[in-house]
Ligand binder design. Structure first.
Ligand code: CR6
Length: 795
């Protein structure tokens, strides 16, 4: 882009002048955006040329979510221009961080799954691997959260602007998607063919986002589809205005509320649009014989939302290319692989057959045929009825998308060792027995380029000073920091950086939410989606216990702690919303109590998103990873905190288990039941929270206060929380683990008394975090599943 700061400044100011408009931060943003983009475009073109010339195998990662976060700063980091631009702008009296603040992050995801997809995109490009994403371009990203009287409110987030969008429309690549209609057999030149008569066509238009890898050499593509009216649909069977409105709706929102049938249809429309448009695009780009598809491309379906890719690829091969079933099935099942991200029953996607049958009649017939043939082969193997039932794709009029995805894939993976074990031994036991070599583990990862190099440039600089810069390319070399955990001056610098990151967070919160935080307190941070199993409720109950202890016992005067919460609840998830309300109520009580507030402070950060995470994580002392064991498939926030030197308080769940394995339990605060215990309780229905209440005076007292309404505003909130813990049987074992959690917190206080020791533990965490870089994850997927070849950029 420019070889020196002076050159950058000159180009920048020349461009500003040439606009001839009034100088403003917005203008500076526009120019910097254009300059960066010019550079990226060239690299992007070059990458695509290389891929085409060398006929490299391409990976396509299909995902309903891509939570990419802000783009400009990350691109500058990956292009190695960040510091040069920052200094150049400084000299011109402009703060780069203020320019960055103007960017609205595209909230095209909910949480971990979407952020994982974004980290994977970054790692693919940085490892110079040909891997691209396919997703949807939701007009409104994930809602913006505000609190009104402590309750979550949701406003649409409009991230698409008039100009300087992160994506570029590719009208030339638009494809049409058929919904509804009737399946007809027609006579073609090569025999009978299937055709859909009178469908409702919708046009899918792609918008491309460049994914800039480290050093800017490789630029891959994230392609997002937007639904629009199609000119093939002039004679839709409904009023045109209705058709127009319904079409615009398809890519309006991420995860439309599916409690009603209209919402379900909308979700199905989204999923099919994503799969069909992506596959049509992939196949039309495919130049060699389709027999070679599995050798020249790999398709990864991220969770079951894109599982319709299986029947859709079958449809294309059979209907559009006149292949017979066996040949199509062979190619399909050697091309597609699937990642499972959950074992929660309620999160396993199931669709009523009649919905798919009416919306996607041809796809339905193909799913039926896949199921029929699969069952037939099972019967031939002499499987019993129970196994047959568990393995069926269609059961009692319901299509089980996870089973479809497993049957239609050549490899299936879980996202952490424990999760994969649970899948293999319990949730998908029969499938694993049926396909013994299909299942494998790929523990999630996070890109250290965003979560350390960008979010914590100060710490990143310190690490480089100590061990050189090679760790940026090979993050596992962070282990060399181990030797610095005994180096006093390194530890001191680490502490200073932690304080600085706390100050930056405080400044940010003060500006955004007018919150004042004590920088010398312990920053204990619990940020993630609100969900029962993530147990924000346990965290807030523990704070109530601490409050009670402070009030009751005049000798109990613990070191000041600030408990941060951040996260959104799904708009229709009542439980999560009640917990949010409760935390806000407890916060008001605790923060306004003259005695308690000297020791405890609760901060609920509004509208938690990727940008907020970049402020919060580097400032953390303590990382809360307290899910009920067995429930969190992996977690990825846990890795981000660790990489920034925070200490984890956590259960043996998801990737926590591997984090503890890497860093050693002496450098973390482990508590609570193991997955086995939880699952046994569940199986035998043998957990009774009343027994805990009756045998523990402290918890008993807490429950009495809850019942009285001391911790809630309004009876409804109190009744709900008490109802969950008592009458609903405390499904997430909050009371069961509460005392063990409290003890782990006491250990945190003990450890914090020795700041040098604390810093030492923090450094050990950073040193052990390299393996959690998504570069490692992606390399493993590539080696075991996709078999991609590195395409060194010629830049
Ligand atoms: N909610 C898992 O729950 C995991 C991510 C990414 C989740 C979480 O533990 O880290 O996926 N699952 O693998 C789903 O979204 C279904 C998540 O983000």
């Amino acid at each position: 882009m420019f070889s020196s700061k002076e050159e950058f400044k000159k180009t920048f100011t020349d461009r500003i002048e040439s606009k001839g408009t009034e100088k403003s931060l917005e203008l500076a943003h526009e120019i910097l955006w254009e300059m960066t983009n010019d550079w990226i475009q060239e690299s992007w073109k070059r990458t695509n040329q290389l891929y085409e010339e060398n006929h490299e195998k391409q990976l396509y990662y299909i995902s309903i979510e891509f939570l990419i976060g802000r783009v400009l700063g990350q691109n500058l980091i990956n292009l190695n221009f960040y510091n040069l631009v920052k200094e150049g702008l400084d000299e011109l009296g402009i703060e780069l961080s203020e320019i960055e603040e103007l960017e609205i992050e595209p909230g095209l995801g909910n949480g971990g799954l979407g952020r994982l997809a974004a980290c994977f995109m970054d790692s693919l490009a940085s490892l110079e691997l040909p891997g691209h994403g396919y997703g949807l371009r939701y007009r409104g990203g994930l809602f913006t959260q505000h609190f009104v009287n402590g309750n979550q409110t949701e406003q649409p987030t409009n991230w698409i602007k008039d100009k300087n969008n992160v994506d570029t429309r590719r009208e030339d690549l638009a494809v049409d998607i058929p919904y509804y209609g009737e399946v007809q057999l027609v006579m073609g030149l090569d025999g009978m063919r299937t055709k859909i008569e009178n469908p409702e066509w919708v046009k899918a238009v792609p918008y491309d986002i460049p994914i800039v890898g480290a050093n800017g050499g490789t630029v891959n593509t994230l392609r997002l589809w937007q639904a629009e009216v199609s000119n093939r649909s002039s004679s839709v069977g409904k009023e045109y205005a209705v058709y127009e409105r319904e079409t615009a709706h398809i890519t309006d929102r991420l995860y439309p509320d599916d409690s009603l049938e209209t919402g379900k249809i909308l979700r199905l429309k989204q999923q099919y649009l994503l799969c069909s448009a992506s596959l049509q695009n992939i196949i039309s780009n495919h130049k060699s014989s389709l027999e070679k598809l599995p050798e020249s491309i790999a398709i990864q379906i991220n969770d079951t939302h894109p599982a319709l890719a299986v029947p859709e690829l079958m449809r294309i091969l059979i209907d559009d290319f006149s292949w017979d079933w066996e040949r199509a099935w062979d190619v399909t099942t050697r091309t597609i692989s699937y990642t499972n991200h959950t074992i929660l029953e309620e999160a396993m996607e199931k669709w009523d057959s009649h919905l798919i049958q009416s919306l996607l009649p041809r796809i339905f017939l193909i799913i039926e045929e896949i199921d029929r043939r699969f069952k037939e082969s099972l019967q031939n193997q002499g499987k019993d009825d129970e196994t047959l039932r568990k393995l069926s794709i269609i059961e009692d009029g319901v299509i089980k998308m996870a089973v479809l995805a497993v049957v239609g894939s050549y490899r299936v993976n879980g996202v952490a060792k424990l999760h994969t074990e649970i899948l293999k031994k319990r949730e998908m036991k029969e499938l694993n027995e049926q396909f013994p070599n299909k299942f494998h583990n790929k523990t999630n990862g996070i890109t250290h380029r965003r979560w350390l190099i960008k979010a914590n440039q100060e710490l990143s600089g310190l690490v480089t000073e100590a061990i050189g810069s090679q760790w940026m390319k090979e993050p596992e070399r962070l282990s060399e920091l181990h030797y610095f955990s005994q180096n006093q001056s390194f530890l001191q610098n680490f502490q200073e950086i932690k304080s600085l990151k706390k100050e930056q967070l405080i400044h940010h919160l003060q500006r955004d939410q007018n919150i004042i935080v004590d920088p010398s307190s312990i920053f204990d941070i619990h940020i993630k989606r609100f969900h029962g199993y993530k147990r924000q409720l346990m965290n807030i109950l523990h704070i109530q216990m601490l409050y009670d202890r402070i009030k009751r016992d005049s000798t109990y005067r613990p070191y000041p702690r600030t408990f941060f919460f951040g996260g959104k609840a799904a708009p229709s998830y009542h439980f999560a919303k009640q917990v949010i309300k409760m935390i806000n109520t407890v916060a008001t009580k605790v923060n306004n109590d003259p005695l308690a507030r000297q020791h405890l402070h609760i901060v609920f950060v509004e509208n938690y998103n990727v940008t907020q995470a970049e402020y919060l994580i580097p400032a953390a002392d303590v990382s809360e990873q307290i899910s009920t064991a067995s429930k969190e498939a992996s977690g990825t926030g846990n890795m981000k905190f660790m990489m920034n030197g925070a200490l984890t308080i956590g259960t043996f769940d998801g990737a926590n288990v591997e984090i503890f394995e890497q860093v050693g339990q002496e450098n973390a605060f482990v508590f609570g039941m193991r997955a086995e215990q939880v699952m046994d309780y569940e199986k035998n229905h043998s957990y009774n929270p009343k027994e805990i209440i009756e045998s523990d005076v402290e918890i008993e007292k807490l429950m009495e206060e809850l019942v009285k309404g001391d911790w809630t505003e309004g009876k409804a909130n109190a009744d709900f929380i008490v109802g969950q813990l008592l009458h609903e049987g405390d499904p997430y074992f909050v009371l069961k683990d509460l005392q063990s959690y409290a003890k782990a917190h006491e250990k945190i206080l003990d450890a914090y008394e020795n700041p040098i020791k604390w810093a030492e533990m923090g450094v050990e965490n950073i040193a052990a975090s390299g393996i959690f870089s998504s570069d490692r994850t992606i390399q493993q997927y590539s080696d075991d599943v996709w078999h991609l070849t590195k395409v060194p950029s010629i830049y």
